[in-house]
Ligand binder design. Structure first.
Ligand SMILES: [Zn+2]
Length: 146
C-alpha cells in the first residue's frame, strides 16, 4: 500500500493519520506539506497517528524528527519570536525583546506505533525523544493535561 496522509480534528488537537509505507520520496513531501499547511493555520497541537503505518525507513524517521523540530521549535515566551542558539549551543536572548524565557511553539506526539516503527525508534534511541503513546486516547489525554 502506498503512503496516505489524512487529517481530522479532536477538539483543539489536529490528528494526522499516516497509512502505508513512509519511505523516501513523495511520502516525505506529503507529510511535510501537510504539517506546514496546518502550522500556517495555527494548529499547534499535532498528533501523528501511526496505527496504519506499515513500514518506516531511515529517511521516514528523519522526516519525523524534522516534523518534531518544526512543531516544537523554541520561541520567546514573552513575544513569540523565534529564538536561536549561539555557536556553543547556548540559547541567545530573544532577537526582538531581549527576553530570556523560552517555550516550544507547539506540541507533537505520536500514537499507535506498530512493531516495526517501535523497534526502529528504540534502535535509533529515539523512543524517548518523541512523546509516544500506545493509543490515541492516551495521547489526547496528555494534550489536555497541559
Ligand atoms: Zn521576545
Amino acid at each position: 500500500m502506498d503512503f496516505k496522509v489524512t487529517t481530522r480534528r479532536a477538539d483543539s488537537v489536529l490528528i494526522i493519520d499516516l497509512a502505508g509505507k513512509f519511505t523516501a520520496g513523495e511520502a516525505l513531501t506529503s507529510l511535510r506539506e501537510t504539517i506546514r499547511d496546518e502550522i500556517a493555520k495555527g494548529h499547534n497541537k499535532i498528533l501523528l497517528n501511526l496505527k496504519d503505518l506499515s513500514y518506516v525507513d531511515s529517511s521516514g524517521l528523519g522526516e519525523l524528527i524534522m516534523a518534531l523540530g518544526t512543531v516544537e521549535q523554541m520561541i520567546c515566551a514573552a513575544c513569540g519570536a523565534t529564538v536561536f542558539k549561539d555557536d556553543e549551543g547556548n540559547w541567545d536572548a530573544c532577537p526582538q525583546c531581549e527576553g530570556k524565557e523560552r517555550k516550544p511553539w507547539g506540541q507533537l506526539k505520536l500514537s499507535n506505533p506498530g512493531r516495526q516503527v517501535t523497534d526502529l525508534l528504540q534502535f535509533a534511541k529515539l523512543y524517548t525523544v518523541f512523546d509516544v503513546h500506545e493509543s490515541e486516547q492516551q495521547a489526547l489525554a496528555r494534550f489536555r493535561s497541559r
